[in-house]
Structure formats: C-alpha cells, structure tokens
Write a protein that binds this ligand. Structure first.
Ligand code: SAJ
Length: 425
C-alpha cells in the first residue's frame, strides 16, 4: 500500500448524484477510483474531467481527480479492492420496489471479484436487499466464500455491507465528509472492513449495526420527514376549511418548547422522500398505516393546489370574464426551493396539468432555469416581475429566495394561491 490508507483501489458502480461525488471524494484522497456506468455519455464526460450532473463544487473535484489520474470512468467493471454500488432503486407500478439495477450491478462485478474484496451497497433499498444481493453474488461466483451464519471471518473471501448515503442535494460534498455514516455489515468483520474504507474521507461518526437495520434506518429517516411534512400539509387543508392562516398557526405552535412542525408546500417531490416510504409499506402493509397515509396526504397536495387555481379562475369567469382573456402565473417549478432540479417536482406536475386543461394565458416563472423542459416547451417562461404585473391569478408554488422581493406586491394582489407561505421566502 503506497500510503496509510487501508484501500488503494475503489470501484463505484453508478455515477449519478451519489456515485460520482463518492467516487470523487475517494479520488481526492489519492485512492485510485474506477467509476462504472452504463451511460456512455456520462463515462465520456467524466473522462474529459467534466460532470454530467449539477452539484456545487463537484466539477472542480472531478476535474482535479481525472487530471491527476486518480479517477477514470468505464462502462465495464474492472478489478478493485472495494466495489460501492450506487445505482437507482425506483419502484415499478403500484409502488413495488424495482431491484433490477442492483441485480445488474451485482452480476456485472461478480466476474472480477477476487479473494479479499469488499462489496458495499449504498442505494436506498428495501429491508433484505443486501441479503438478496448476496444470493445473486453467491450464484454468480460459487468458487468464492461469502459471509454466512456461523462462518469464521478468516474463512470469508468477500466482505459485504450496506452503508446508506444521507446527503442533501446541493450540499453533497460537505455532507459526504461531515455526516455520520451507518455501517451495516453482514458480519462484524464486514463492518470493520467497510469502516476502514469510509474512513478515507468520512470525518463524521461511523455507526455500526447489521445490514437490515442499516437498510431500515435510511428508510426511516426519509419516512420520518415525509410523515412530518404530511402533518403540515394536512394542517394546511384543515386550516383552509376553518379560515385560519396555517403559517401563523404553525409559527405559534412552534413556540412550544417541544413542538417543531415542518412547512406545508405544494406536495413532496424529489427522488427520495416521495419514494422511500413505499419500500416500508411494500414490506409491511399491515403495520405501516401511518406511513402509507402520509404518502397519500402528500401525493394529494398538488391536486388540492390545482383545484384552488381552477377555483380562482372560475370565480373570475363567474364575473363575466372570458376564460381566454384571463392570465394565470405559476411561480416556481423545481421540486424544492433554490435548486434547478425539476425531476419529480409537484410544482411542475401542477403546471403540466393546468397547462393541459386551461384556456387562460399561462405564464411560468422559474428563476433557476433558462429554458423549459421539452414537455413544456410550448409554454411561456417569464421573469417574476413580468408575471406579477400581468397576472389575474397567481399560484405561488415554490419558495425561491428570488421571490422574497415581491412579498409586498403578492400581498396586495387579490387572487393569490399561496401554497408555501410567502412570509417564509
Ligand atoms: N418539503 C416540504 N416541507 C418541508 C420540507 C420539505 O414540503 O418543511 C418538501 C420539499 O419542497 C421537497 C420535498 O419535501 O419537495 C423533499 O425535500 P427535502 O429537502 O426534505 O429532502 P431531499 O429529498 O432533498 O433529501 C432527503 C434528505 N433526507 C432527510 O432530510 C431525512 C437527505 O438527507 C437524504 O439524503 C435524501 O433525501 C436522500 O437521498 O434520501
């Protein structure tokens, strides 16, 4: 080993929002990293020292790592001491988890595994996935000894663990280093080896447990947030019915020393919080009643906001205005404030549904993008100032910091559907 690091070659399978920053962190600590992805464009981009995703600071780190020869990308797995799998775990129809990417990743690395290697699953996964992955590896490499009940650590050829990522998009680099990390080995020896590997760049605490608990811990964190947002969203529906300002209500309740309610919004988006709780519901449908209901409450919220926009337009039509003469502005399209990520965005969902049904002139505002996605290309993207000066009806869908300057104007406007609480901007 050329340095004091306890691993010299790492392979990261899946070079997306988690895999690429993780690969870059190892490479920045002078570990040789082979990044593997089936996307040829991603591989080519990285090998040119550039990145194909948006994440602050990542471009500089990847550029340095590639230039100095510590990071290289490939479409085919190559031998390494440790393999970290960070591939998507979406769900199929009816919220059933789709483990096909994990299976494909495990089976693709199996031929290059050798005695002494480690395989770590990082993808957010239903409980039992690491054990399932082990079975796929065992089937592909019957010549190697994998962790099993009662086996001596010295008899095991390949260590296996589950170590979830917990980073917040937009702060990935800092959180990868500073967050505490859960290490769920299939045996204590597996956990110890995984810890040696993460210590290369993790400064947070390493927390040891078994693989099943580690899998459930990741799901629990996101389900906790989903349930708490659902509570806030439900309060917004109740308050609307009772003619109470929900933002004032939450602010007051949060003065209690043991109450900390989150903020209602136009729905819960992104690739994690709206997905992961279903992995719990799928495994334990009888028990996970609150978690399922929270998902349903949050999934209903965009529909509710859309109905409010429709009702405001209908109220104007009832005064004799032709629908085609009415202008509606929707402010914010990304899945949460101050980012440019439109994927799985409830605000974008509202805009799409409204655009498909309305005869009004629709103005869309999203300060973090220059052009609308292809599916919305026929719609009009304008500045927030233009939107406010022209709109008869305004839907405030995302609390971007750019909107704080128009608070006063919004408050004067008579037809505003405020899904996020303008005073929070
Ligand atoms: N939201 C609300 N009200 C709130 C907070 C959030 O409506 O009070 C909405 C947001 O607008 C957004 C959605 O919830 O649509 C999710 O946003 P988020 O900021 O809560 O979370 P993500 O999806 O960006 O990242 C989460 C984080 N998990 C937790 O905070 C428990 C992150 O640490 C995880 O690593 C990430 O999921 C992941 O990859 O699993």
């Amino acid at each position: 080993m050329p340095n004091r690091l306890k691993v010299s070659t790492v392979s990261v399978i899946g070079l997306g929002y988690i895999g690429l920053p993780t690969a870059a962190m190892f490479a920045s600590r002078k570990v040789k990293v082979i990044g593997v992805d089936i996307n040829q464009h991603a591989v080519d981009t990285i090998n040119q020292g550039q990145i194909h995703i948006v994440e602050p600071e990542l471009d500089v780190i990847v550029h340095a790592a590639v230039t100095e020869g510590f990071l290289r990308a490939s479409t085919k797995p190559e031998p390494a001491e440790a393999f970290l799998i960070a591939v998507p775990t979406p769900f199929k129809g009816d919220h059933v988890p789709d483990l096909s990417y994990v299976r494909a990743a495990a089976e693709s690395i199996a031929p290059v595994l050798k005695k002494g290697d480690m395989v770590i699953l990082e993808s957010t996964s239903p409980v039992g996935t690491t054990e399932q992955m082990l079975q796929w590896l065992v089937a592909a490499r019957p010549d190697l000894r994998f962790p099993e009940e009662g086996a001596l650590a010295s008899d095991i050829d390949i260590n296996v663990a589950y170590c979830p990522e917990r980073v917040l998009p937009g702060q990935v680099i800092r959180e990868l280093v500073q967050n505490d990390r859960i290490i769920g080995g299939l045996s204590p020896a597996c956990s110890k080896r995984a810890a040696d590997i993460y210590r290369v760049f993790v400064e947070g605490e390493l927390l040891f447990t078994n693989a099943r608990t580690a899998e459930m811990a990741k799901l629990t964190e996101n389900a906790f947030r989903d349930v708490n947002i659902a509570f806030a969203n439900e309060l917004s529906l109740i308050s609307d019915n009772l003619d109470i300002n929900v933002w004032e209500l939450i602010k007051l309740a949060n003065h209690h020393p043991r109450v900390n309610i989150l903020q209602p919004g136009c729905g819960v988006g992104g690739h994690c919080i709206a997905v992961d709780p279903w992995f719990i519901v799928d495994k334990t449908p009888e028990q996970a009643r609150l978690i399922r209901t929270a998902r349903e409450v949050n999934d209903y919220k965009p529909q509710w906001v859309l109905e409010k926009v429709r009702a405001a337009v209908d109220a104007l039509v009832a005064t004799g205005r032709d629908e085609a003469s009415i202008t509606v502005a929707l402010l914010g399209l990304s899945f949460k404030p101050n980012i440019d990520d439109l994927r799985e965005s409830p605000a974008l969902q509202i805009a799409k549904l409204f655009a498909a049904e309305t005869r009004t002139s629709l103005l869309l505002v999203e300060p973090n993008i220059d052009t609308l996605p292809t599916a919305m290309a026929s719609q009009t993207l304008v500045s927030v100032e233009d939107a406010i000066s022209q709109a008869d009806v305004i839907g405030l869908l995302v609390n971007h910091r750019e909107f704080s300057g128009i608070k006063a104007k919004l408050k004067q406007h008579t037809r505003v559907i405020d899904a996020v609480g303008i005073d929070n901007a």
